[in-house]
Design a protein around this ligand. Structure first.
Ligand SMILES: [Ca+2]
Ligand SMILES: [Ca+2]
Ligand SMILES: [Ca+2]
Ligand SMILES: [Ca+2]
Length: 251
């Protein structure tokens, strides 16, 4: 009798363990899927027109996680993106529907986050970790004129126009942005292009994307990201590469 009771308790414990493991596995999987990025067979021309076959073959992914601001409507903001790569660079196509485009500062280094901009987060070796004042990862803000800004130290924003080349085509409320993103490892120092890394098959990269939406305000109204961030402080991508997701380059 005693042995039977013990066996029953063990069975219940094992069953609970299986349930808990399944829940943990599912919750990890839903928040951080490994995204496959297929190699382009043809050169990608950065012109804002997505007529290359690689764009046709790639899947859309949503930009729909509110990181800052109030919940938004589809009339206010809607965004999605695709990725591809070749031996030179990672390529990104972004479709943004935004009712008002705000381009208010002539100096690209002035409050770049309060204008409409696409923010591209890249962690070349997928290490995660802090990147606030170092180049363990990059947070490239690309404004409506194609200027690229990241900070290299406290209160020290710099232009990175040689890291990300882009073109945008806008019709009514819809913009298509095409980006060529060069990769640099964490030994990068400003103006040192020796740290450049070429993409190769099976390479894993930390990646996230976000859009700063301002329409009529002094400061940005919403900040909407491609990945779900847990906790009260969801605006952490600019300093914490741990919130990025992992993409893997495939042939
Ligand atoms: Ca193109
Ligand atoms: Ca808007
Ligand atoms: Ca890194
Ligand atoms: Ca806007």
């Amino acid at each position: 009798m005693l042995i039977k009771n013990l066996l029953d308790i063990m069975k219940i414990k094992y069953f609970n363990y299986l349930i808990l493991s399944s829940i943990l596995f599912l919750s990890c999987n839903t928040s951080r899927d490994l995204k496959e990025v297929k190699k382009s067979k043809d050169p990608i021309v950065i012109d804002g027109f997505y007529n290359e076959s690689a764009w046709n073959d790639a899947e859309w992914h949503d930009i729909n996680n509110l990181w800052l601001g109030k919940p938004f409507t589809k009339d206010d903001f809607e965004g999605r993106y695709k990725l591809t790569w070749d031996d030179e660079a990672l390529y990104l196509l972004v479709e943004i529907k935004d009712d008002v485009l705000v381009n208010k500062f002539s100096n690209p280094l002035e409050r770049w986050w309060d204008e409409d901009c696409v923010e591209i987060f890249i962690d070349e070796d997928n290490s995660g970790g802090d990147h606030q004042f170092n180049h363990n990862a990059f947070a490239y803000h690309v404004d409506l004129e194609g200027n690229v800004v990241d900070i290299i130290a406290k209160d020290t924003p710099k232009l990175f126009n040689d890291h990300v080349i882009s073109e945008r085509v806008t019709l009514d409320n819809t913009s298509y942005w095409e980006f060529k993103i060069l990769l640099f490892n964490d030994s990068f120092t400003y103006n040192n292009l020796d740290a450049r890394v070429k993409p190769v098959a099976n390479k894993k990269i930390g990646f996230a994307l976000a859009y700063c939406d301002n329409d009529t305000s002094e400061h940005r109204e919403n900040f909407v990201g491609s990945v779900f961030v847990e906790g009260p402080d969801r605006d952490r991508g600019w300093k914490d590469a741990g919130i990025f997701e992992t993409i893997v380059l495939t042939e």
